[in-house]
Design a protein around this ligand. Structure first.
Ligand SMILES: [Zn+2]
Length: 243
C-alpha cells in the first residue's frame, strides 16, 4: 500500500530535471521518426508573453476561475520546454506535451468560431482607418483592434467556447498539459498575432478581401458625397455670381 502512494506522489510531481530529460528524449525520438514537431522553446523570462496580443491572451485565460487551479503548473510546464509540438489549425490546436510518462501526451483544444456579428465588428473597426488596411495587407495586426479585444465581450474565447482533451489520466477539469498548451497559444500569438484568425476559424485571406472590399465601397460612397458637395458648391457659386 505504501508503495502505491509513493508511486502516486512521484507520478504526480516530476521534477523539472526529469521533465526536461524526458522532453529531450521525446524530441529526439520524434526527429528520428521524421515527425515535424513545432516546439515552444524553453525560456527563463518571467512573463510568458511579451507582445500585447500574447499578454492579452494570457490575461484572458487567467480571468476565468474554472482554469485557475491548473494554470500555475501549466506555466511551469511551458517554460521548461515540455510543449514539444503545438500547431494552430482552423478552430483547433493540436499539441504534444511531455509529462511523467515516456510518451508525450496528446492534446486537442477546440475553439468555437467567432460569431458573424464579431467578424463584422472587426471589419468595421479595420475600415475606420486606412492604416488598418495597410497593416492587414502587410501581414500585420491592426493596432486599432486592441479596442475590440479589450471590450467586455472581447474577441478571445470564453471557457464555454473552449473544449479540450488530453490523453493523460488526470480527470481534473483542466490538466497541467492542457494548461501548458493554452499558454503555448499565447507564445504563438507573440510570434504572429495572425494566428488569432486561425484560432477563431476565420480564413484570413478571405477576411482581408472582404475588409478591403468594404473599405473601398465606403470610400466610393464618400467620394460620391464629396462630388455632390462640389457640384452643390459650384451651383451656389453660379447662383451668387461669385467667381
Ligand atoms: Zn493532461
Amino acid at each position: 500500500m505504501s508503495k502505491y502512494w509513493d508511486d502516486f506522489t512521484k507520478f504526480s510531481q516530476p521534477t523539472v530535471a526529469e521533465l526536461k530529460a524526458r522532453a529531450k528524449q521525446s524530441s529526439e525520438n520524434a526527429a528520428k521518426k521524421n515527425l515535424a514537431y513545432e516546439p515552444i522553446e524553453p525560456f527563463t523570462r518571467r512573463q510568458i508573453c511579451t507582445s500585447w496580443w500574447g499578454k492579452a491572451w494570457c490575461e484572458n485565460l487567467e480571468r476565468y476561475a474554472d482554469y485557475e487551479s491548473r494554470l500555475d503548473r501549466g506555466r511551469r510546464y511551458v517554460k521548461n520546454g515540455t510543449v514539444l509540438d503545438l500547431k494552430i489549425k482552423k478552430g483547433k490546436v493540436e499539441a504534444r506535451v511531455q509529462g511523467t510518462r515516456k510518451t508525450p501526451y496528446k492534446i486537442e483544444i477546440r475553439i468555437s468560431p467567432l460569431s458573424e456579428e464579431k467578424c463584422e465588428a472587426i471589419i468595421e473597426q479595420c475600415g475606420r482607418r486606412i492604416e488598418n488596411m495597410e497593416s492587414l495587407i502587410k501581414g500585420e495586426f491592426p493596432l486599432d483592434l486592441k479596442e475590440l479585444f479589450l471590450a467586455k465581450d472581447g474577441l478571445f474565447p470564453k471557457p464555454k467556447e473552449i473544449s479540450f482533451n488530453c490523453s493523460c489520466p488526470d480527470w481534473a477539469l483542466m490538466c497541467k498539459h492542457v494548461a501548458a498548451a493554452m499558454y503555448g497559444i499565447g507564445v504563438r500569438l507573440d510570434e504572429n498575432p495572425f494566428y488569432f484568425f486561425e484560432l477563431r476559424g476565420i480564413d484570413a485571406d478571405k477576411f482581408i478581401g472582404v475588409a478591403l472590399e468594404s473599405k473601398v465601397e465606403s470610400m466610393l460612397a464618400n467620394a460620391d458625397r464629396d462630388s455632390e458637395r462640389i457640384i452643390r458648391d459650384a451651383d451656389l457659386t453660379e447662383l451668387f455670381g461669385v467667381i
